[in-house]
Design a protein around this ligand. Structure first.
Ligand code: ZN
Length: 111
């Protein structure tokens, strides 16, 4: 965080790490609730010009969520156990609606 020079992912950071916040997100999630960002999509003018964006599954910062470890520390959310899954950090990929020159040359489907 720029103001405090601390690295403290929580409900106030863009990743929305509510699971790491003692405050939770009042009105929506309680303290340490297993909630937050699960996927991201970003574009800029250049990518948008090519009908493209960069996307990632998981927290964009690379931190992973491990359901069993979290529920061990916060058993008040055990009721979510049957549906709660780990959230892995995956590599970012570029998604485009326009075929690359390699795909176009190979006669990819949809062209
Ligand atoms: Zn994060």
């Amino acid at each position: 965080m720029m103001l405090t020079h601390e690295i403290d992912p929580n409900e106030r950071t863009i990743c929305g790490h509510i699971d790491k916040s003692s405050r939770g997100l009042p009105g929506w999630q309680g303290p340490y609730a297993p909630a937050g960002v699960a996927q991201v999509k970003v574009t800029d003018a250049e990518l948008a010009r090519h009908l493209a964006f960069v996307a990632g599954m998981g927290h964009p910062c690379g931190l992973e969520f491990h359901a069993d470890a979290h529920l061990e520390q916060h058993p008040e959310y055990n009721w979510q156990r049957p549906l709660l899954r780990d959230l892995k950090a995956n590599a970012w990929i570029t998604v485009s609606a326009v075929a690359t020159s390699t795909q176009a040359a190979a006669g990819s489907p949809g062209r």
